[in-house]
Design a protein. Structure first.
Length: 207
């Protein structure tokens, strides 16, 4: 697995686009009964094989022969039934616990449910960095993401725990405790930004 089992259990999985970012045997991208399934790598297979290598030339159809040679019948059917985009687009991630494909803070976690980070906070830093650096963006953004998944942002809930301030309500909405998750996703102001972001589909769409 790709070293982020906590994140996987919390609701993050891959949606296939061009297959250039998804590792066939190490990333969660095949769905079974609404949940991501980690594939078992057969002996002799390339452990770093990308999903794009399961496509026919052109990247718009699966290669049935290639798929059949690597996985069993039940998994084969799931892969071949996974739709590929008609136009070329990158791979994305989605929250597989989201009901009806719509994002809800209660449907799945990336950082924590109203708390300080997630199981990622206890991961070795090199594993967190591996995951974060697979995200394309400027160094400052990647550093921010690293601090977010490690639970190291100075949100008010953390400042209260450290006895620096006495009140943890969100300064923007005033309705909820300001946790990392609330500040980045749940707060009305943050939600409005996600709503108009090109990344919205990566967070909300699910097969």
């Amino acid at each position: 697995m790709w070293g982020a089992k906590g994140l996987l259990r919390d609701g993050l999985a891959w949606r296939v686009g061009d297959g250039n970012s998804i590792r066939t045997w190490k990333d969660p991208w095949v769905m079974q009964e609404g949940k991501p399934l980690m594939l078992t790598m057969p002996m002799g297979a390339d452990e770093n094989m990308l999903v794009r290598e399961l496509f026919l030339d052109g990247g718009r159809e699966w290669d049935p022969a290639k798929v059949c040679s690597l996985v069993g019948e039940d998994i084969r059917a799931k892969i071949l039934a996974t739709p590929l985009p008609f136009s070329r687009q990158g791979d994305g991630v989605f929250w597989w616990q989201a009901k009806a494909g719509l994002y809800s803070v209660r449907s799945g976690y990336w950082l924590a449910k109203g708390g300080e980070g997630s199981e990622l906070a206890g991961m070795p830093e090199d594993e967190v960095w591996k995951m974060v650096w697979r995200t394309r963006g400027p160094p400052k953004l990647l550093h921010f993401l690293w601090n977010a998944v490690k639970g190291n942002l100075a949100v008010k809930s953390r400042l209260v725990q450290r006895h620096i301030i006495n009140e943890a309500s969100c300064q923007i909405c005033g309705h909820h405790v300001e946790t990392i998750w609330h500040a980045l996703v749940e707060c009305d102001a943050a939600a409005a930004i996600w709503e108009h972001s090109e990344l919205k589909s990566n967070l909300t769409d699910a097969p």
